[in-house]
Write a protein that binds this ligand. Sequence first.
Ligand SMILES: [Zn+2]
Length: 684
Amino acid sequence: MTNPLLLSDRLPAFRAIRPEHAVPALDTVLSENRAAIERLVEQVSDTPTWDNLVLPLEHLDARLDAVWSPVSHLNSVMNSPEQRDAYNACLPKLSDYASWVSQHKGLHGAFQRLSRTAEYSSLSPSRRKVIDDSLRDFHLSGVDLPDEERARLRAIDARLSVLTSRFEENVLDATQAWTWQTDDPSELAGLPASDLAMLAQNARDHDRGGYLVTLDIPSYLAVMSHADDRTLREQVYRAFVTRASDLGPHAGEYDNTEVMLEILQLRREKAEITGFPHYAARSLDRKMAESAEQVDAFLADLANRARPWAERDLADLSAFAAQELALEDLQAWDLPYASEKMRERRLGLSQEMLKPYFPAHQAVKGLFGLVERLFGVRFEADPGVEVWHDDVEYYRVYDANGSERAGFYFDLYARKHKRGGAWMDVCRNRFVARDHQQIPVAFMTCNSTPPVDGKPALFTHDEVITLFHEFGHGLHHMLTRVDEPEIAGINGVEWDAVELPSQFMENWCWEREALDLFARHYETGEPMPADLFQRLVDSRHFHAALQLLRQVEFSLFDMRLHAGPAPQDATGIQAVLDAVREEVAVIRPPDFNRFQNGFSHIFAGGYAAGYYSYKWAEVLSADAYARFEEEGLFSDRVGADYLREILEVGASRPAAESFRAFRGRDPQIDALLRHSGLTDGEAA
Ligand SMILES: [Zn+2]
């Protein structure tokens, strides 16, 4: 057997892995796993134990991960047509296997029997949690339902997957259907040179001359934020906010209305079949928030606290627009434009001014230094580990006592055939058992510009934040002390709490004392001047209340849509949105706005009855960080507490308990408001 994917039980043999290895390796593991599960179920029959049931399953999962994680990772960072084909050929096999496991009645029965044994009550809390989580997931998959209802559930899932991808296609088609072209750059007066260059590139991409405005986000934002021509802004706005709806330049052509109604109705039915009053309750069953009412109250509280500031922001903006821009009646298509002009005049800050202080390597070193100081771990590069590209480095993570605790691959620079953005992915889970010792390993991926001609790569401040954010996910994965892979690190953590460790790390990028550790001018070595730092802080607060209210509006709309009866027609959906706006919004969009028809997060993505998670997790991360502010930014004790109560525990207990263990109380929203400048004594 020479398939390297099947041999790599420690770290993947990246130099030997080829796209053609993926499908045969996966086929082998999946069929061996299926056979092993059938044997297991038979063998354990009446006497399932942790060692004869759960542990062998953990080994089967680990073997599957060892094959799949390098295939999936290489598809992202070393893409090629062959790689993509292999990856796509694997996806249906994996989802078939996953649903076969989750619908396996024998396996479900074995877990049920195990949960009723005397052994169960003597297991460690984390092992009991693994068993409880498994039983919950079996139940959500409908395994314990009568055959007829199970069949209906499968039919609903199949139909939902068609509908959600149709929703996305409609948005995509509607986005592409509309363009606006000009040969005359003066019609685009106000746009910075870089945006004009992007629109010229857009035109070339469409085999046209001049400049092409499309409804893709960068193009849309460029016009809305900078175009002096008010009529053009209005035209682009109307086209954008009516996409995939009954209105606008392509009215009715890609209309998502029927798709949305059917999605909502099927979700409701699915929830009811599995014993929930509505879809929100089903979604919240695996989240930290306890009920739709609790989320509703949380969002209403945020809105109430932010509204006075948002009203002040809006009044301020209206006055500015009238005086400086001669815009007397501020319309929806004027808001981003006026806001951008105001930001430029008041702050005079651009990412270009910040970049010299963030040479990529220095930012990375600063990040490592900060983490070493806070959590007492140490990073060491190991050039001996096999990687997929010369730019990639492997780091070993050591404890204060010198024992190796984790590892990560660090792939910093952009290159061809590498997916954009930054992210953390799992290579290996922590998995420690009587017969097994496996440390967690992460993939840390960024897309910084490589150094050219001896000039270092420079990060924008946003890129530094992204790096810290993703590294926060990495730390959560790597510093875990939980031995069971199902609940180690980020695995199994409630979805609305999983961004706590990542957003927590972002806070350091706004902190003078933290920035001084690494933000130094790449030529002069000078720290960031006080005046520039102040402008950076002001930019964090700029129109923060308006943005917060917008997020609250989307979140409430999502929650109420999924917690109430399924709307019967378009008016029903609109009524939910209108009621939310009546309650929380200070900016009322025009009647023709069909934002909901393009709200992919909840209709096509995984955020249904979960959009509030962004704000929920931000409250947790801000409040956790506030303890560092209160007791000392670099306090050893607070760092050790955070490591022990938040980072190390994975999903071995509910996130709410972990938070209380660290903070000594339930989360409060004050720190988030203060960081956004929305408390008394601070300028908004
Ligand atoms: Zn994240």
